[in-house]
Design a protein. Structure first.
Lengths: 267, 652
């Protein structure tokens, strides 16, 4: 089965979204969609609005115009001002450009926090830790261990995150996002600041996640090699506007994109 | 202590036996999802039997080969036994080999069946499929990433197991019959020797070979079903296979498979093995880790560490050997054990180690003594794939840093006039697969196996291996000249990185020494010695004296060994540049190319033998970017003190 067969129907659609901070127009009338099981990249020069776009999708920013439609649990939801915890409960998980982990906690505990929304038993039951609470904890631990195994971070399971090298912290963050069993995963520059080998590892893991769990992935990335290699479709933003949308090959050949990246001669 | 294995002359029969007598005891553990998961002997036997039936249903025949590609995993060992149940021959392959290296064994043995651990190994097998048309069945254990693989050769281990369970339920007698057909003389496994010299050779070992050697060594060390081993070296290496397959099948002990290569240290701490093997490089890496962590420790800990390690190096070895030691020292050692050695052993995961072996290459005496002094019963052994490992083992109480011990029970040893060690043993291999020529060269008509290693018996009858036969020469007075032995002795000093010894057909031995830049630079810094670079530092008189001390210590050592006392080092020089593979002076695996160096530095060798005080050299060097440059320097040639053989003890 090729990758194209695997990609399904639209799961998320962003419709003429505009976002402004005072006079700064971060996003202007941006429209695009994401299909199920797809690897969708958002690229663009610095300040193009990529991170703002992700923040809009997972409810950190609320756009002034436009709407976002998301298919979750078989039903369409339409919204403009959703809270980020609502987004999480709809199956959206993300990682951050500058790692946002609990530095003093172990890798295992950090990944367990990703299961937060799946924990059902009450605080009191947790404290006594009998019956249901115990069973539930074992279940969560198992789920987390499977992710740890999947991302090959067994050797640092008990290491405090703050002691880890950058590349591994990024992987732990991915693990925490996966622990929520998301249907839509937003990755904000998962390969930034990595050396070549770490990038290759990360690419493999991102592809594996997409393939194994069938997770739909939206990623922002600066490394063009990575983007062109692993994504199915690419959206290009520049100064808050969408300037191109299509397969990597189409985007690569697009004159507007070339201009945005290389600059235009002002004659 | 003797081990009763009754009439069970093959591994599958032994497995049945264990499933009966100690069915509920752990046979093999694997850390999976963060938890140690255990297979009892009964479960192990059930898995292997079902798998065997599965293989049979897929057409696996007696005498057929089964390639195993993967790390130490319970299922890999189950597959190994399954093949043997049917009279098949498992062929473990190195899991870290590149695809091209796997092609030869598969072509050579016309292998049709393979069990691969995961996607990575499957990819390699698929890559060489065009060259290996015989390979028709590949079973993979870990299904991760395998969803899109649609090749007809592929199916999962689980499906094979399922098929086997069904056919076992239909006809349980079939497998019993197959197992009963096996006998000790059958081939148990085939191991491919690494092909550093020419193409690899498949070493064919029988059940009798492996079981006999495993049993003799287990009896010598008193191994039993309560022992625990961590299986962390490649299963394609005969040593690991003996420790994690042959010996547990003989004694019934439990083996543990670590979670991943990176977790070996912590897994070892959790398991606390009682029986342990490590090649010298692993032991060295562990010691380095300890030393580095001690440097970072608080002043108090450092003081205790230094003080008690002093005590340990004085009396620790003697206490372990059961030799008489004064009451004060005993008391101090006991205290040290409480504060330092005990916790240290714990950190290393060696608290429960009763027997530890090292082998494979020469081990530095300091490194060796370090482990023994903190109470770890580290011993050396000698053996090879062709001998089912165990040829010599140092018995408790007779452990020396520079020998490999006397022959174990059943082994006959002798040295040929050319000083080559030859062996006759019940563990000796049947043949090299499809290579009668090589078999004849290695095993002569009377059954002596030629090891290619040169050495001699020391005063206590221990075997001492000094070099490969082809490298050993003679001084003009007839004394044995073993260049690698001398070089290794020099290299055990931290200040010496490489050494090259000359002396074949000459009167005396002279050496080139390559200083270790890191160690010597550190040493120079502590003395406030300014220097501009490698060449400058190497030419300093202080460094010359430092190296001279090392050389003289080696000479004192050599004087104590009558066989080679005359090969003491008379003159040496410190080379002005580092020997480098790019300049053709080392092999890619960092072994010195003595011939090439002798040729390249001909004037230096002549100057050493000509008695000159100094010599001017110009050498061409290749930089990493491919440019070449010239280095010139004045090298001082130095004399080293030698010792008359009798006076050696005093001087040392």
């Amino acid at each position: 089965m090729s990758r194209a067969d695997q990609v399904g129907d639209v799961i998320l659609s962003v419709e003429s979204v505009s976002l402004a901070f005072g006079g700064v127009k971060a996003l202007q009338e941006v429209t695009f969609d994401v299909r199920e099981h797809e690897m969708r990249a958002i690229i663009g020069p610095n300040g193009a609005g990529k991170s703002s776009m992700l923040n809009v999708i997972n409810g950190v920013y609320h756009p002034q115009q436009g709407k976002i439609r998301l298919r979750a649990n078989g039903a369409w939801r339409e919204f403009r001002d959703m809270d980020s915890h609502e987004a999480a409960s709809l199956g959206i998980a993300r990682t951050f450009q500058n790692i946002a982990l609990f530095k003093g906690m172990t890798v295992l505990d950090n990944v367990l926090t990703g299961r937060n929304l799946k924990m059902r038993v009450s605080f009191l039951e947790q404290a006594i830790w009998v019956g249901r609470a115990r069973r539930e904890e074992l279940e969560h631990r198992r789920a987390v261990e499977e992710i740890i195994d999947f991302l090959e971070i067994q050797h640092i399971r008990k290491t405090p995150v703050g002691k880890l090298p950058y590349g591994l912290q990024k992987r732990v963050e991915l693990a925490r996002a996966l622990a929520a069993e998301p249907s839509l995963l937003l990755l904000d520059e998962p390969m930034s600041g990595m050396n070549l080998e770490e990038k290759q590892d990360m690419c493999r893991f991102v592809l594996d996640v997409n393939d194994h769990y069938g997770t739909t992935i939206v990623l922002i990335e600066h490394d063009m090699g990575v983007v062109m290699d692993i994504s199915d479709r690419v959206v290009v933003l520049d100064y808050g506007r969408k300037i191109a949308d299509g397969t990597p090959d189409q985007v690569r050949a697009n004159q507007a994109v070339i201009d945005a990246y290389l600059g235009v001669a002002h004659g | 202590m003797s081990i009763d294995i009754g009439t069970h002359d093959t591994f599958p029969k032994l497995l049945q036996h264990h499933a009966l007598v100690r069915g509920a005891l752990p046979a093999i553990r694997e850390k999976d999802l963060g938890i140690w998961q255990t297979w009892t002997w009964k479960q192990f036997a059930d898995e292997a039997r079902a798998l065997a039936c599965g293989l049979a249903a897929r057409g696996f025949k007696r005498g057929e080969h089964l390639a195993l590609v993967g790390d130490n995993r319970p299922r890999l060992y189950a597959a190994m036994c399954a093949a043997q149940c049917l009279g098949g021959i498992p062929v473990p392959l190195y899991q870290d080999a590149v695809a091209a290296e796997m092609a030869f064994p598969i072509q050579n043995a016309e292998i049709a069946y393979a069990v691969a651990e995961d996607q990575e190994q499957v990819d390699k097998l698929l890559e060489i499929l065009p060259q290996c048309p015989t390979l028709e069945h590949i079973y993979y254990d870990d299904p991760r990433g395998m969803r899109h693989y649609k090749r007809p050769q592929l199916s999962s281990y689980d499906s094979l197991l399922e098929l086997g369970r069904e056919s076992l339920a239909r006809d349980p007698a079939f497998l019993e019959g197959e197992i009963a057909k096996g006998s000790g003389g059958d081939t148990a496994a085939m191991f491919f020797t690494s092909g550093t010299t020419g193409t690899p050779k498949g070493v064919v070992l029988t059940h009798a070979n492996l079981i006999d050697r495993a049993k003799v060594a287990a009896e010598l060390e008193g191994l039993n079903e309560r022992d625990v081993v961590l299986a962390y070296l490649p299963p394609a290496w005969i040593g690991q296979n003996v420790f994690s397959y042959a010996q547990p099948f003989v004694t019934g002990y439990c083996i543990c498979c670590p979670e991943a290569a990176e977790t070996v240290m912590s897994d070892m701490r959790e398991i606390g093995p009682t029986y342990y093997f490590a090649p010298p490089r692993v032991l060295e890496a562990l010691l380095t880790q300890v030393s580095i962590r001690m440097e970072d420790a608080g002043r108090m800990s450092r003081f205790f560490y230094r003080y008690f390690m002093g005590v340990a190096s004085r009396v620790g070895g003697a206490i372990l050997d059961g030799k008489p030691v004064g009451i004060i020292d005993r008391l101090l050692y006991w205290l040290g054990d409480l504060c330092t050695y005990g916790p240290l052993r714990n950190v290393l995961g060696m608290s429960r180690v009763r027997v530890a072996y090292t082998a494979g290459e020469a081990i530095g005496p300091d490194l060796f003594r370090f482990y023994r002094s903190i109470g770890i019963n580290l011993k050396q052994l000698y053996g090879s794939t062709e001998t089912s490992v165990f040829v010599c083992i140092q018995p408790d109480g007779q452990v020396k840093a520079d020998t490999v011990g006397p022959a174990v029970k059943g082994v006959e040893l002798k040295f040929t006039p050319s000083r080559e060690l030859v062996i006759r043993s019940p563990g000796l291999f049947k043949e090299y697969y499809k290579n009668p020529q090589a078999t004849m060269e290695a095993k002569d008509r009377e059954g002596w196996f030629h090891t290619g290693d040169a050495g001699y018996f020391d005063a206590d009858g221990h075997v001492k291996i000094i070099d490969r036969v082809k490298d050993v020469g003679k001084l003009s007075d007839g004394t044995l000249f073993a260049p690698k032995y001398l070089e290794n002795k020099l290299k055990f000093f931290p200040y010496i990185k490489e050494a090259v010894a000359f002396g074949d057909e000459r009167e005396r031995v002279c050496v080139f020494v390559n200083m270790d830049m890191d160690a010597v630079a550190n040493w120079a810094e502590k003395r406030n010695m300014p220097y501009s670079g490698y060449t400058d530092l190497a030419s300093r008189d202080e460094v010359g004296d430092l190296i001279r001390e090392c050389v003289e210590k080696v000479n004192a050592d050599l004087a104590a060994e009558p066989e080679i006392a005359n090969s003491q080092i008379h003159r040496f020089l410190v080379l002005h540049k580092e020997l480098d593979a790019d300049d053709g002076e080392l092999t890619r695996t960092r072994k010195v190319r003595r011939g090439a160096i002798a040729e390249k530095y001909q004037p230096l060798v002549e100057a050493l033998y000509g008695g000159k005080e100094s010599v001017h050299v110009q050498a061409q060097v290749k930089y990493e970017d491919g440019r070449t440059g010239m280095l010139s320097a004045d090298l001082k040639l130095r004399d080293a003190k030698t010792f008359p053989p009798a006076a050696a003890r005093k001087a040392a």
